[in-house]
Every structure is written in structure tokens, then in C-alpha cells.
Design a protein around this ligand. Structure first.
Ligand code: TXA
Ligand code: MG
Length: 348
């Protein structure tokens, strides 16, 4: 299949491309779309055959459900069993935005979308291109991140191109995603609102609106409520180790590991803060990626996936990543880094 990679204006998208994308969606085809979190691979959420293509193209396990994206609240009615006060409150405060709500589903939602669960995940993205394509198509759009399963999520059109060229007809490229990490997945079907995946809306922000919010812990032997959390994710080809602890000790460890790697003639990459990178000038790794300022976790979130993807391009065998504080956006950042490390974590 020929894939068209089209540059589209972020704020004032060209109508022609919106219509082309919407037509493809209505015809049961897939389109990669920019959202404020990461790029999504969209299909008509009410068309099971179209949604099946998403799983084929990504190589995604069948039991991992998709997020359904909407452009206005009228679309909610067909998708959920009940639109609760709590959902309405969340929508009012955080939509459009990087928050996904898990609610009991309406029977119109195909099983392929919900991965056989009785719930559906909904989100109204805060990106003019995504919103206009949904609106123009006139149907909700199911969209996982537009990467091959197991790769970091795409935050640029070119990331999608690398993963999916030849497999889908159209990629709309509106430049880098502003948030850079996926949405927060919040389960509202239980007694207490529960974060299934930390993301663009923080626990602190949710608690201001909802009161107590829990975080789903993934205990061994217990099925995670969010099926996607159990799969190997966001992992670069090189072996990533996450370094936690005082900055001085982290820097010393990185320097030591660079020496060791070079003695063994192995290529080593480092993902770290601007502050720590300063100390790696003399003894530098084969690939150094600055995630951002330690105090600016939005910046770090925005750069993380690009850094992980570049590690692959640079063919580094060993990757060291500096841990960040876990408050606010740090929780989502550390969740992704822990997964990328497959739990190789050193506490210094
Ligand atoms: O920011 C985002 O959420 C991006 C953009 C494109 O919107 N989408 C995204 O989709 O990250 P995906 O498929 O890569 O991740 C969706 C996550 C998975 O962990 C999945 O298991 C979970 O949401 N999920 C979807 N439906 C669910 C449901 N009914 N119950 C629990 N978890 C669900
Ligand atoms: Mg994903």
C-alpha cells in the first residue's frame, strides 16, 4: 500500500486533508492522526472490520482494548451505559485533554474495541486536527498510539512513518505532540476513581476535582484492569537501565559504566537531565540525549519517546537513563522509563 505523509497546519488544518482523512475513516480505512499526547492510529470505532485492521497493522494483542476518541459530548450517549455525574465533572474539567475515562459500555461498542471487556475507554483529544477529523467523519474514532506494538509511542509524524509506512493510506503530520506521553487512563466504574495508567493529567490535578484517587498497582498474578499495562512496552532495542538516587551518585555511576562499556567495545547511550549532561562532557557516551531540565518535567515528558527512538537509530547496546522525581508529570515519566527498563533499576 502507498502511504501518503501529509503536513497539515496544527491550528488551522487545511480542509482538504481533514476531508480526505474523514472519508478514509468512513470507508473503513485507517488514518494516523496527531493528538496532543501522541499520534494515534484511527479507525471508525463503530465498524468492527475497520478496528480489526488496527490490531493487524500494529501487531497488537486482541485482548488489549482501544481508546475511543470523540469530538463532542453528544457522541457519548451511544457509547456508554450511563454518563455519571463523576464522568460529567471530569469531562467539564479535563476535556478536551489528556484524560481517558473508563466507563461501562453501551452494546453498540463492538467487542473488538473493548477487548471483550464490559467497559469502554473514552477521550476527547485537545488537538484541532484530531477533533476536526472526528467531527467531519461524524463517527467516534478508535485509536491506539500509532506505533508498532512494543515500540515507543510516536510523538512526530516521522515516527509513524518509520513504523507504519506501506501499511496505512494516510499520515497527517502536524509537528511534535505537545504533551509527548499518553493520556491518563482513569477507571470510573468502581467505588473510588482509579488511575490505570498515569499520563498527561496528574493524580494531583484529578484529586482537586474528585477527592481521593487511587493508583492501580500491578500485583503479580493479578489481571491488570488495563490490559495494555501487562505487555512489554516502550522498549528500545538496547538494554535500558534506570538509575535512581542522588544526582552525584548517578553521574558517577554513568561515568563508570561508560568506561566499562568502552573497555568492552560496546556502544553506550545515556538519557539524562541537562544538569547531569554537563558532567559527561569529558567522558562522553556514544550517544547522549538530554531529556530536559530536571525541574521542567513537561519538557522531559515531551522529549522522552524521541530519546528512546533515537537510541535504536544509534544502535546502542547499553542505555542508562536518569530517574526523575515522581511528583506530578514525574509519575507518568517514571512509569514509562520503568517499562522501557523492563525493571532493570539501580538504586544508588
Ligand atoms: O494518549 C493516548 O491515550 C493515546 C492517544 C492516541 O489518544 N492513545 C493510546 O492508546 O495511548 P493505547 O491503545 O496505546 O493505550 C490505551 C490504553 C491501554 O493500556 C489499554 O489497555 C487501556 O488504555 N484501555 C483501553 N480500553 C480500556 C478499558 N475498557 N478498560 C481498561 N483499560 C483500557
Ligand atoms: Mg500504545
Amino acid at each position: 500500500m502507498q502511504t501518503e505523509l501529509v503536513t497539515i497546519h496544527e491550528e488551522e488544518p487545511e480542509k482538504e486533508w481533514i476531508q480526505k482523512a474523514a472519508n478514509l475513516i468512513r470507508e473503513g480505512q485507517l488514518v494516523a492522526l496527531p493528538t496532543e499526547t501522541v499520534y494515534g492510529l484511527g479507525a471508525n470505532a463503530l465498524d468492527p472490520e475497520a478496528c480489526k485492521k488496527i490490531f493487524q497493522v500494529k501487531g497488537r494483542p486482541q485482548d488489549n482494548p482501544l481508546i475511543v476518541h470523540i469530538s463532542n459530548l453528544n457522541m457519548v450517549e451511544k457509547l456508554v451505559e450511563e454518563w455519571t455525574d463523576q464522568s460529567a465533572l471530569c469531562a467539564e474539567k479535563f476535556w478536551p485533554g489528556p484524560l481517558t475515562l473508563v466507563l461501562n459500555k453501551n452494546n453498540l461498542v463492538p467487542d473488538v474495541v473493548s477487548g471483550g471487556l464490559r467497559t469502554v475507554a473514552l477521550r476527547m483529544p485537545k488537538h484541532p486536527v484530531a477533533l476536526q477529523v472526528i467531527q467531519e467523519a461524524g463517527v467516534p474514532i478508535a485509536a491506539p498510539s500509532a506505533n508498532l506494538s512494543g515500540k515507543p509511542s510516536p510523538t512526530k509524524g516521522t515516527h509513524v512513518w518509520r513504523d507504519l509506512k506501506g501499511k496505512i493510506p494516510l499520515i497527517l503530520d502536524a509537528g511534535p505532540s505537545s504533551v509527548g506521553l499518553e493520556s491518563t487512563v482513569l477507571d470510573l466504574t468502581g467505588k473510588t476513581p482509579t488511575i490505570l495508567r498515569p499520563g498527561g493529567v496528574t493524580k494531583e490535578e484529578l484529586e482537586k476535582v474528585l477527592g481521593t484517587v487511587e493508583i492501580d498497582s500491578l500485583r503479580k498474578g493479578q489481571a491488570p484492569k488495563s490490559p495494555g499495562m501487562k505487555y512489554r512496552h516502550y522498549a528500545p532495542q538496547g538494554k535500558l537501565t534506570l538509575l535512581l538516587g542522588e544526582q552525584e551518585k548517578v553521574i558517577a555511576k554513568i561515568q563508570e559504566e561508560i568506561e566499562l562499556a568502552h573497555a568492552k567495545e560496546k556502544r553506550i547511550g545515556v538519557l539524562c537531565s541537562k544538569e547531569s549532561a554537563f558532567y559527561l562532557q569529558e567522558k562522553s557516551p556514544d550517544f547522549l540525549f538530554i531529556l530536559g531540565d530536571k525541574d521542567n518535567l513537561e519538557e522531559v515528558a515531551g522529549n522522552l519517546y524521541e530519546g528512546l527512538r533515537l537510541c535504536d537509530d544509534q544502535s546502542v547496546e547499553i542505555i542508562l537513563a536518569e530517574g526523575m522525581d515522581e511528583g506530578e508529570m514525574g509519575l507518568a515519566i517514571m512509569n514509562r522509563l520503568e517499562k522501557a527498563s523492563e525493571h532493570r533499576i539501580i538504586h544508588l
